[in-house]
Design a protein around this ligand. Structure first.
Ligand SMILES: Cc1cc2nc3c(=O)[nH]c(=O)nc-3n(C[C@H](O)[C@H](O)[C@H](O)COP(=O)(O)O)c2cc1C
Length: 420
C-alpha cells in the first residue's frame, strides 16, 4: 500500500505557511544538509536514490548535478523550472500552491549541492497566484534564516528569486528558459555546451523541475534506499499523475512511480465520463505518442511506456472517450505546436505550419488520401535537425494519431464523416 509523500500534508491554505511546513517536518533536511553533509555527499545521496527528473526527459538528477564543475571561479546557478507548459500537466502548480516550502527547500538543497548561491524560480506568466504564494513563502524563509547570508552559521549564502515568464511553451525547454531569464526572446540554444557547464549568464547552471526538487528533502530525511525502493528500480520514487479529459474524477493523484494506467483511469479517475467507452489516452502530456484503449495495461513509468512506444513525459494523462473525433483532436494539438514553435529552426517552423494546414484541409472535407500520407511524411521531418525537441514534441502526436486512427482521417476524405 503506497503512502503519500509529496501531497500528504497539502491542506490549503494552511499548508502554504512556514509554521505548518515546519510542523510536518519541513526544513529539517535543509538543516541536515548544511550541518552534516558536504555538497558532494548530497549529490552522492541523490544519485543513490535513483531520482530521475520529473520535467519530461527523466534524466538522473544526481548525475546531472555531478556535471557542474567543482570550482567556483564563476558563479553557479540553480533554476527551478516552474513553467509547466505541457498541455495536460498541472502537478507543479499544485505543489507550489499547496506547499511552496517543499519546492523552496528542495531548491535550496540542490543549490547547495551544486555550489550555487543564487536560485531563480522561473514560473509561467499565467501562474499569477502561484507566483505570489511562492514570493510570500520565500519572504517567510528569509525571515526565519532559511535563506540569505550565512544560513544556520554555515558560511553558506543563498538568495532565491521568483521570475515570471510571459507564458510561452518554449520557455519550459531549459535553454529557452535560460535565454528568457536573461531577458531575451526564449530561443533555445544549441548544445553542447550543456547548461551544467555554460548556462545562464554563461555560468554553470542546473535546471530542475518543481516536482523533482520537491522530492529531494524527503530523500535526505528518509534515505536513498527508501526512495529507491518505491516503484521500478530504473526510475523509482513518489510520483504525481495529472488526469484530465473524459474521466469522472479528473485531478492530480499521487502514487508510486509505475502506477498501472488502468488503475489511474478506472480507480482514481472513476472511469470514463458518463459510462462511455475509452477510445484513447495520451499518457505523458500532449507531445507523447497516443495509446489506444487496448494499450492501457501498462505501468506509468519511464521504461514501461517507452517499451510500448510512448513516454511518461510530464505524466499528463489525457483521456478520450469513444465519441472523440481524433482528426479534430490532432488539429487542436497541431495548432498548439504551430503557435508555440519559436520559429528558429526551419523544419519545426514550416513543418508545424504545414501539418496544421493539411489537417484543416482534411477536417474541412477537402483532403485526399495523399494528404493523410503527407502528414506522416511531415512528421518524419519536423523533429530532425532542430535545435530543441519541440519539433519532436509536435511530430510524435501527428505520427501516432495517423498510424493508430488512420481510418478516422480516411473517413473525412471519403466523406463518411459529415463536415460541419
Ligand atoms: C518544448 C519543451 C518544453 C518543456 N517544458 C517543460 C516544463 O514546462 N517544465 C519542466 O520542468 N520541463 C520542461 N521541459 C524539459 C526541460 O527542458 C528540462 O529537461 C527539465 O526542466 C529538466 O528538469 P528535470 O531534470 O528535473 O526533469 C520542456 C522541454 C521541451 C523540449
Amino acid at each position: 500500500m503506497y503512502e503519500k509523500v509529496l501531497t500528504k500534508d497539502i491542506n490549503m491554505p494552511e499548508s502554504r505557511k512556514l509554521a505548518y511546513y515546519e510542523k510536518v517536518g519541513g526544513y529539517r533536511s535543509w538543516k541536515k544538509a548544511l550541518k552534516e553533509m558536504d555538497p558532494d555527499a548530497v549529490i552522492e545521496l541523490v544519485k543513490a536514490s535513483k531520482l530521475r527528473g520529473r520535467g519530461g526527459a527523466g534524466f538522473p538528477t544526481g548525475v546531472k548535478w555531478g556535471f557542474v564543475p567543482k570550482s567556483t571561479d564563476k558563479p553557479h546557478y540553480m533554476l527551478v523550472n516552474a513553467d509547466e507548459s505541457e498541455p495536460g500537466t498541472f502537478k507543479d502548480r499544485l505543489l507550489m500552491a499547496g506547499m511552496p516550502h517543499s519546492t523552496i527547500e528542495g531548491a535550496a538543497i540542490g543549490s547547495y549541492a551544486i555550489r550555487a548561491n543564487t536560485c531563480y524560480i522561473y514560473i509561467r506568466g499565467e501562474f499569477v497566484r502561484e507566483a505570489r504564494i511562492l514570493e510570500e513563502a520565500i519572504a517567510e524563509a528569509y525571515a526565519k534564516g532559511y535563506l540569505g547570508k550565512n544560513i544556520f552559521g554555515s558560511g553558506y549564502d543563498l538568495d532565491m528569486y521568483v521570475h515570471r515568464g510571459a507564458g510561452a511553451y518554449i520557455c519550459g525547454e531549459e535553454t529557452g528558459l535560460i535565454e528568457s531569464l536573461e531577458g531575451k526572446r526564449g530561443w533555445p540554444r544549441t548544445k553542447p555546451p550543456f547548461p551544467a557547464i555554460e548556462g545562464v549568464f554563461r555560468c554553470p547552471t542546473i535546471v530542475n523541475n518543481v516536482e523533482t526538487l520537491a522530492c529531494v528533502p524527503y530523500i535526505l530525511e528518509r534515505g536513498a534506499e527508501w526512495f529507491a525502493g518505491i516503484g521500478p528500480e530504473s526510475g523509482p520514487g513518489p510520483k504525481l499523475y495529472c488526469l484530465s479529459g473524459h474521466v469522472e474524477k479528473p485531478g492530480v493523484y499521487e502514487d508510486a512511480m509505475g502506477l498501472p494506467l488502468r488503475k489511474l483511469i478506472y480507480e482514481y479517475g472513476g472511469g470514463i465520463l458518463n459510462g462511455k467507452k475509452l477510445k484513447a489516452v495520451i499518457p505523458g502530456g500532449s507531445s507523447v505518442p497516443v495509446l489506444t484503449a487496448d494499450e492501457i495495461d501498462v505501468d506509468m513509468d519511464f521504461d514501461s511506456l517507452a517499451k510500448i512506444g510512448s513516454m511518461l513525459g510530464s505524466a499528463g494523462c489525457i483521456v478520450m472517450d469513444e465519441d472523440t473525433d481524433m482528426v479534430n483532436t490532432l488539429l487542436n494539438i497541431a495548432h498548439f505546436y504551430r503557435h508555440e514553435s519559436c520559429g528558429q529552426c526551419t523544419p519545426c517552423r514550416e513543418g508545424t505550419t504545414w501539418a496544421e494546414k493539411v489537417l484543416h484541409k482534411i477536417k474541412s472535407g477537402h483532403g485526399t488520401m495523399k494528404d493523410v500520407d503527407l502528414l506522416y511524411e511531415i512528421s518524419g521531418n519536423i523533429g530532425t535537425r532542430t535545435i530543441c525537441p519541440l519539433g519532436d514534441a509536435a511530430a510524435m502526436p501527428i505520427e501516432s494519431f495517423v498510424r493508430k486512427f488512420r481510418h478516422e482521417f480516411e473517413a473525412y476524405v471519403t466523406k463518411e464523416v459529415e463536415v460541419a
